[in-house]
Design a protein around this ligand. Sequence first.
Ligand SMILES: NC(=O)c1ccc[n+]([C@@H]2O[C@H](COP(=O)([O-])OP(=O)(O)OC[C@H]3O[C@@H](n4cnc5c(N)ncnc54)[C@H](OP(=O)(O)O)[C@@H]3O)[C@@H](O)[C@H]2O)c1
Length: 343
Amino acid sequence: MLNVGVVGASGYTGEILIELLLKHPRVRISGLFSQTYKTRAVGEVFPQFSNRLDTVFCAPLAKEIASVCDLVFLALPHTISMNYVPFLLSRGKRVVDLSGDYRFKDYRVYEKFYGVSHKDTSNIKKAVYGLPELYRFSIKRAKLVANPGCYPTAAILALAPLVACGIIREDTLVVDAKSGASGAGRKLVQEFSFCEVNGDFKAYKVNTHQHIPEINQVLSRLSEHTVDVTFVPHLLPVERGILETVYCFKKPVSGRKRGIPGTVRRLFANFYETEPFIRLKEEGSFPRLKDVRGTNFCDIGIKEEADRIIVISAIDNLVKGAAGQAVQNMNIMCGFPEKEGLL
Ligand SMILES: NC(=O)c1ccc[n+]([C@@H]2O[C@H](COP(=O)([O-])OP(=O)(O)OC[C@H]3O[C@@H](n4cnc5c(N)ncnc54)[C@H](OP(=O)(O)O)[C@@H]3O)[C@@H](O)[C@H]2O)c1
């Protein structure tokens, strides 16, 4: 059994991690760490775990974490994870970080979009971007996995086959994204409170969101050109789920436009043929949040026209967008069956 711990275990993604790890046949939860709830029984803070998990939250001290865990999930806000990673790696621990701290190859991009200095630039090169559909081979050998952001997971999975095969104009990519309120975490923020969100729908951080450079970094690497998406996130009046609609135009071919019906769907089917967590919708059918809620699936629907392609993807932001993908990464890092604990 692998001894695993969760730091930031009292947050939204921490709570889902506990749920997934409890059901995982190859791991033992050896430490749950929370500053706010230290010394309190987990089943008292989260009644759904009472009689299922006989443990207390511990103070998140790096030495204590390293002494009881082989692999650590950091479900912490950005800037906090990088306080833990150097010590944990120096003690030979494997780490899956859910924050944005290690997602960027160029720390200056992180500093620009997150508005803080990076305190651990030397470990950035060790980090592997944890999107299994693209980087499974590198994740297998990684000691540090930077789990992707929720919006980037849905956007990249919707665009990767198109960008990789070069059939679309990369200068016209538009990602129209919608997320439920849990995407902002459990902390109290007025903007995300029930009365503000309920019955409303609005755009925010219009084309300035910190997930834009993450999407661009991965797609640019895939296409070998600089990709610069237009990205507009919206706040949905629901608890969880992300739905993204991607609009793109095809490159002209020999003076004509491409247009053999079904071509793009076949391209996606081939690209994701062996992927356990990608579900391609039938032609004319499109994803909805209810179908992916509580699952690690990304559902994808495609509308192809003579000159344009519309791709719609949906995930649960807390599962494929965070904790589920983190467990998928752990499975790959540790040589466990990739679907273990996730279906
Ligand atoms: N929510 C999503 O949909 C989502 C999706 C993808 C990625 N993420 C990323 O995953 C990470 C966790 O997100 P979340 O939604 O779970 O956030 P959250 O609900 O706000 O939980 C974060 C937890 O971190 C702990 N924490 C906060 N400040 C700390 C500090 N200074 N030192 C130690 N611990 C601290 C808190 O627990 P204690 O005070 O009890 O220690 C808190 O419960 C974030 O980086 C987020 O960007 C979130």
